[in-house]
Design a protein around this ligand. Structure first.
Ligand code: M6R
Length: 551
């Protein structure tokens, strides 16, 4: 029944999704339906081709879309015998992959069934209404109370309330959680985009993350299950993550190795999980993730446990899978990050890397109490420095971004921590501006990549490491001599020849080790303004999703 063009009723499903199969188009949009069943789906069905063949063999050969989702809808329809739970169980046994489903059966129009297999799923409980979503920010406007579905659990949403059962129909009681943020944090609050709002939230996010972990001027992570004895015992640390979180791990590697003198290997989760890593019981595997749901990062936990290594999650979303499955958790307190491009989550991940490095170095007797307190005090002063950097670099970044918009490709270069940082700068820019960029260790340029430099090609050089400054400046001059347009990010006291830099972006001078926390700000702003100037969808760049719950 339709009224004023809108379907009437009390239950409904819809989905905005990242397309795993088929182009993003109306025909490939959810919900997908069989004759008696409609579904929305987050995740991926790995064996959809075999299932499609099975349907075709059984004279179900009318498909409207290119999606794997439609195959699930058709399969549910094929097996439906009037008992929704039995039908869901039957189909689930046939599906391979990671997914969460929302399902409506035509003969139960007032009920939404939902089931989780890997991909995250929550049910929000409002007053007389219930909501199904992948994540809390989606429902926070309506309620802060939510249930978290576990693997293989079914939710039955009807008449404003929800019941849970196992795949075998056995009823289960679930704990009601309350989100620790409100609608304002999930709204733009007067900013034109979430990304710029989140950049501006960084000082507070760092403060909220580090303050509870500092006692008498010393880092103290015992509340997260991390003891000095444990920190002394690890022979090798692996930091495994994806994208921006992996870049935070790169900074962590430099800092932990420098201070605590422990070997640290940083790995991309999708590579690590398939390369038969040589883990042992003396190793610590740190998984960094904003969402706590990234499929590849999550898979690393099981692998590490199997091989006897301890796992530590550094995660932003409370109660997320990675947090729950790891031996120890350090929650970052960035609040919800909505923009796809990660900014404040990266910043708090960095601050945790520092806390961990300081505590580990002290526990291992590599730094004195006095040194540890001094470094910790420098970290405590960071929120103010970050705030100052945002304020002071906004205009120059806005201006310099106008010089980047016409470029097809550019380079980020740096040495040491600046190299780790330039990886993140490069990812941020390409992700939202759609301009190709690469980060390169400045000293490596002359081994091939310098041949790419041509007249006017932008090169963003990060030169905040005083001990490497002369060498980095030489590399900047090398590219400048070959026609590059150079944009140099350095501290406000660095002595940079005026003719080496076309544009200078200065940030507050801090101890060399902490420079990433301020130097990342202009890179975020450059990416942001370039994207804005190009008229792109800043918060939702094409082809990307906030949470990557598929491999
Ligand atoms: O939720 P996670 O931190 O595990 O996500 C990892 C990456 O997908 C994420 O950092 C991605 O690279 C960002 N969109 C980059 O801005």
């Amino acid at each position: 029944m339709e009224k004023e063009g809108k379907p009437q009723g009390h239950a409904g499903i819809g989905h905005t999704r990242w397309a795993t199969h088929g182009e993003p188009s109306d025909i490939n949009s959810h919900p997908h339906s069989g004759k008696r069943v409609s579904i929305v789906h987050n995740g991926i069905i790995e064996n959809y081709k075999q299932l499609k063949q099975f349907l075709i063999d059984n004279e179900r050969d009318e498909f409207l879309s290119d999606t794997d989702t439609e195959i699930v809808a058709q399969l549910l329809d094929f097996y439906y015998d009037g008992n929704p739970i039995r039908c869901i169980r039957k189909v689930l046994h046939e599906l391979r992959g990671s997914f969460a489903l929302g399902i409506v059966f035509a003969d139960h129009p007032e009920t939404v069934y939902a089931v989780r297999c890997e991909s995250p799923l929550i049910v929000g409980q409002g007053k007389g209404e219930v909501f199904l979503a992948s994540d809390v920010p989606a429902i926070i406007k309506y309620t802060k109370d939510y249930y978290l579905l576990e693997y293989g659990e079914i939710a039955v949403l009807k008449n404003g309330s929800v019941n849970f059962c196992t795949l075998h129909g056995q009823m289960i009681e679930k704990e009601l959680h309350t989100a620790d943020f409100d609608e304002d944090s999930a709204e733009k609050g007067g900013y034109p985009h979430f990304m710029i709002k989140e950049i501006n939230e960084q000082p507070t996010a760092v403060k909220t993350t580090i303050t509870p972990r500092i006692e008498n001027g010393m880092p103290n992570l015992s509340e997260c299950g991390i003891t000095p004895e444990a920190l002394r015992s690890f022979k090798h640390i692996y930091i495994v993550a994806c994208g921006t979180a992996m870049h935070a791990g790169m900074v962590g590697k430099y800092v932990i190795e420098k201070l605590a003198r422990v070997h640290v290997t940083v790995d991309i989760a999708s590579e690590f999980r398939y390369r038969e890593p040589m883990l042992s019981e003396d190793d610590l595997v740190i998984i960094i993730s904003q969402s706590g749901e990234t499929a590849d990062s999550k898979a690393v936990i099981g692998l590490a446990k199997e091989l006897g290594a301890k796992t530590l999650a550094i995660v932003n979303v409370k109660g997320s899978s990675i947090a729950r499955e790891s031996d120890m958790v350090i929650y970052t307190h960035a609040g919800p990050e909505i923009a796809v491009a990660s900014t404040k989550a990266y910043m708090v991940q960095l601050s945790v890397m520092y806390l961990l490095a300081f505590e580990m170095a002290y526990a291992k007797g590599k730094i004195s109490e006095e040194e540890c307190k001094r470094m910790t005090a420098d970290l405590v002063a960071m929120p103010e420095k970050i705030e100052q950097t945002i304020k002071n670099s906004a205009d120059i970044c806005k201006y310099v971004s106008t010089k980047l918009i016409a470029s097809e490709s550019l380079l980020y270069i740096g040495r040491g921590l600046d190299y780790a940082l330039s990886m993140e700068g490069s990812l941020k820019l390409k992700e939202i501006s759609y301009i190709h960029s690469e980060s390169y260790a400045a000293g490596e340029l002359k081994h091939g990549t310098i041949s790419l430099i041509h007249e006017g090609m932008p090169v963003i050089a990060v030169a905040t490491q005083n001990s490497l400054l002369e060498k980095t400046v030489s590399n900047i001059k090398e590219v400048k001599a070959r026609g590059a347009m150079t944009i140099v990010i350095c501290d406000d006291q660095a002595d940079i020849d005026r003719d080496a830099a076309d544009y200078l972006i200065r940030v507050p001078k801090l101890s060399e080790m902490l420079m990433p926390m301020v130097a990342t700000v202009p890179m975020q702003l450059l990416a942001y303004y370039t994207s804005v100037n190009k008229g792109n969808d800043v918060d939702k760049p094409r082809n990307l999703a906030k949470s990557v719950t598929v491999e």
